[in-house]
Design a protein around this ligand. Structure first.
Ligand code: SF4
Ligand code: SF4
Length: 177
């Protein structure tokens, strides 16, 4: 009898599963309706005055703007806050007003020339030690029919030579500093 009672051992509890699933409370689940009530992304507001689109416009040197006369220097050093960018020409910024071929505005970002003042004597091109400029034909402009185009503006070493030699003072250099 004693042996039989010894066999009557209480059944051992079931071992816990080795990998119990983590419990997830319903409150931590994403609500099925939360996505549908999220507001759509706001549209990107256009830049006032159409600046974004005009900044990407490739400007033309030809047109109907012939009713202009030569403008006297010097260049307005504060032109960037007064003028709007009219577009670009081979990657160089052009600041209006622009009415080609008689009115061409100010060209450049760091090496800036007021093309409506420039008389094309070439002093800036001769003075530049790193060959920033090359001639650009501008037929029909009242001050001169070619201009010093700052195509290698990024090479400028800010020596100021071109600004200092320009007779009508139509060059303005902005140091990146
Ligand atoms: S500041 Fe000097 S390097 Fe720059 S464009 Fe004028 S002459 Fe050339
Ligand atoms: S020195 Fe002045 S006027 Fe002469 S080409 Fe250069 S920007 Fe024009």
């Amino acid at each position: 009898m004693a042996a039989e009672s010894a066999k009557a051992v209480a059944p051992s509890p079931k071992p816990a599963p080795a990998t119990a699933k983590p419990s997830v409370s319903p409150s931590s689940l994403p609500s099925p309706t939360s996505a549908s009530i999220s507001p759509p992304p706001a549209p990107i507001a256009p830049v006032a005055g159409g600046g974004a689109s005009s900044a990407n416009t490739t400007i033309s040197l030809t047109g109907n703007g012939t009713n202009y006369s030569k403008v006297d220097g010097p260049i307005d050093p504060g032109f960037k806050s007064k003028r709007q960018q009219a577009g670009t020409f081979q990657g160089i910024k052009v600041w209006g007003p622009l009415d080609a071929p008689g009115q061409l505005g100010i060209w450049g970002t760091e090496v800036c020339v007021d093309f409506d003042i420039c008389i094309a004597d070439g002093a800036c091109i001769e003075a530049c030690p790193v060959n920033v400029y090359e001639w650009l034909d501008t037929p029909g402009h009242p001050a001169s029919e070619k201009k010093p185009f700052m195509i290698r503006e990024k090479d400028c070493i800010f020596c100021m030579a071109c600004e200092n030699v320009c007779p009508p003072q139509c060059v303005k250099i902005f140091n990146k500093g």
